[in-house]
Design a protein around this ligand. Structure first.
Ligand code: BMA
Length: 312
């Protein structure tokens, strides 16, 4: 007998997999990567890279097995462009990638850090070299956003996390053309009081399509006397009406434990922005920022996450 639930995620034993020391140019930290599989089966991480001025840009790292031997772009892949996009004045952060079949392009939804606070911006790319920016799609303060990979009921859908007063809940919005957004609905509220996910939650990785619904990994931020504690929980949303939450776990499923997660620029943070799913359709590689300092990897199983949601 054990007093712990079986672990849903297993950390890669050589974590962290990427740090500032691996970078081909001088940087402060590398974390919170967006993730996708490329057509040749290799893994691309679009990492948030923070320079020594505190501003972030994005830089791609590619690996055939998604674990090691990363080839990092020799220069920044996507730099903030405040001249043409003033909303990117203080950098671009935390990309979430979804491949959009209908457009044969990858969507990259990222945080643009404006003078007025963080907001949600959208760009498209075919090759992670050239990007077409659509600009800001949600005004500040808003972040933790990702596009669904396909239209739902004819509309594009975006999960995001606006902040209003002391509340930070997850919302969904719909658009006919990816430029005009409406039908905003709150889909998952931060709990209150002593809960691990009280007052502030946000989407972590983009929603995972499963036969039972959209599986969502979200983060809950616990404010403590010692600072914030970022942990991960699970929720399931209806496939055709994703504003409808079918299930939500009560307990967190992953939290900072290892030294590279508890210590760093911002200690006690695990922050995934993406995953890959293996050809078996079940094994999931989750890539996460650890303590706002490095990139780490954990593996799990989509079926086990769904089973866990049935049970807890
Ligand atoms: C969030 C985001 C993340 C960061 C986390 C912890 O608000 O800004 O990029 O990892 O805080 O600092």
């Amino acid at each position: 007998m054990t007093n712990r639930h079986p672990a849903l995620f297993h950390r890669y034993k050589h974590n962290p997999i990427l740090t500032a020391a691996d970078w081909p140019y001088p940087v402060n930290s590398v974390f919170n990567p967006g993730v996708t599989l490329l057509p040749d089966g290799s893994t691309l991480l679009l990492c948030r890279v923070e320079g020594r001025n505190g501003h972030s840009h994005l830089c791609a790292a590619r690996s055939a097995n998604g674990v090691n031997d990363w080839k990092i772009d020799p220069r920044p892949t996507l730099l903030p462009d405040p001249e043409r996009h003033p909303d990117e004045l203080w950098g671009i952060e935390d990309p979430r990638i979804a491949y959009i079949d209908e457009m044969s392009r990858y969507s990259v939804v990222y945080t643009a850090y404006t003078r007025n606070g963080p907001c949600v911006a959208l760009a498209f790319t075919e090759n992670f070299r050239d990007f077409e920016r659509y600009g800001v799609i949600m005004p500040p303060e808003d972040k933790d956003a990702a596009l669904f990979p396909r239209r739902i009921g004819g509309y594009w859908a975006l999960i995001h996390r606006p902040v209003s007063g002391l509340r930070a809940d997850m919302w969904i919005s719909y658009s006919p053309d990816l430029r005009h957004w409406g039908s905003h609905k709150s889909i998952l509220e931060a709990r209150r009081g002593a809960w691990w996910d009280a007052n502030k939650i946000g989407l972590s990785a983009p929603p995972i399509e499963t036969p039972k619904g959209w599986l969502v990994i979200y983060h809950g931020v616990r404010q403590t006397a010692a600072g914030c504690l970022y942990r991960l929980g699970l929720a399931l949303f209806d496939l055709e009406t994703p504003e409808h939450c079918l299930k939500r776990g009560d307990e967190w499923v992953f939290g900072p434990e290892e030294p590279y997660e508890t210590r760093g620029d911002v200690g006690n943070v695990v922050f995934p922005c993406g995953y890959t799913i293996a050809p078996d359709g079940d094994t999931i590689h989750i890539y996460y920022g650890a303590a706002d300092s490095s990139v780490a990897l954990a593996t799990g199983s989509v079926k086990s996450m769904l089973k866990w949601l049935d049970r807890y």
